[in-house]
Design a protein around this ligand. Sequence first.
Ligand code: SUG
Length: 415
Amino acid sequence: MLSEINFDGIIGPSHNYAGLSLGNLASAKNAGGISQPRAAALQGVEKMCANLRLGLHQGFFMPLERPDTAWLAELGTTAEEADDRLLANALSASSMWAANAATVSPAPDTRDGKCHLSVANLVTMPHRSHEWPGTLAQFKLAFAHPAFAVHGPVPPPFGDEGAASHMRLCATHGTAGVEVFVYGITGGPFPARQHVEASRAVARTHGVNRALFVQQSEDAIAAGAFHNDVVAVANERVLFTHERAFAEKDTFYADLRTALPEVEIVEVPANRVSLADAIQSYLFNAQLVTLPDSGMALILPTEARDNVPVWSWLQEMVAGNGPIRQLVPVDVRQSMANGGGPACLRLRVVCNAADVDPRFLADEAKLDAVAAVITKYWPEAIDPTELRSPTLWADIRRARAALLSTLSLDALLSN
Ligand code: SUG
């Protein structure tokens, strides 16, 4: 039985606000602020628990080894000797945003009938460019079953940011879908992180039967939508999108309707919700999910509830006769302050849960155990001016080691 599992990145003990992501407005705005890794990680766990209570399948990925001394060694330096910026890049907890970990093409979409996963190279941002080896190590454990094919990253310089710029539309999760690869070309002062060459490479490697390549609008990138999942999200037959998300939306919508006649496009007009409000509130960085009773719910950040035009539009939408029936606000404010909403924190994998290494699958008891480790070991606060502290590095390593040991994943210690 194929079902959708959301794998969340557990928010790592080094979570901090170093302002590393050009084009990510929240990261820039909160640069230099004091972070709260413990509260951040507990918010993430609470989101997972809430999703379990909704009847959804949940998994998780481990935080990566930080500071990443292997990466610093490749650069000819050490944590002690690296300059402040390089050290901050080596310490980032950015692997929490699992939507950027990989692109996933489920078995019904691919030529060989396997579920393909390609880890993303994330080359555009230095702090994210060294995530992939640790991610790959986890995937080799989690998805070792022959039902999966795990691939390394697309080679640079072609930027790949994984599932955050990939949408899958299908009648139901278990049936063949059309995969939409969204890429950027330019975005004014900000980099376009997903390159079409990378999107095409992933689609070829996965053997995707039906793929569409769609350009993200320049305006969206310039307004701060550094990934497509900040302005659009899809689930089964529904595309929920801002009017200005795509460069040539009419062609895209027409192609989509041809590929999947039952598609329902729920478009939020710019005259009701501006791009600026959409990006500030992260309305689209929501988990659009199918509940067990087969209605759809939007799991969105509390920031969307706090934004008046956004919330009034959403309330009208659920009161109407559309496919999205329920709004579920969740508090992930610590992650949001770095530009990561509920959808950034998860990677969707449609597969048979029995084929996944059970150590990566969540239930309430396991999440209680994870929360206990976080409460005991995660730093309460990190001031980015203190990132040079060897005591902090030791605390971060001890915290991660405790988590790995609790989940019998000590094999990942050096990744
Ligand atoms: O890549 N923030 C992440 C947020 C990723 C959101 N993911 C999705 N949209 N799917 C990024 O910009 C901030 C790091 C810092 O400034 O310390 C950061 O990396």
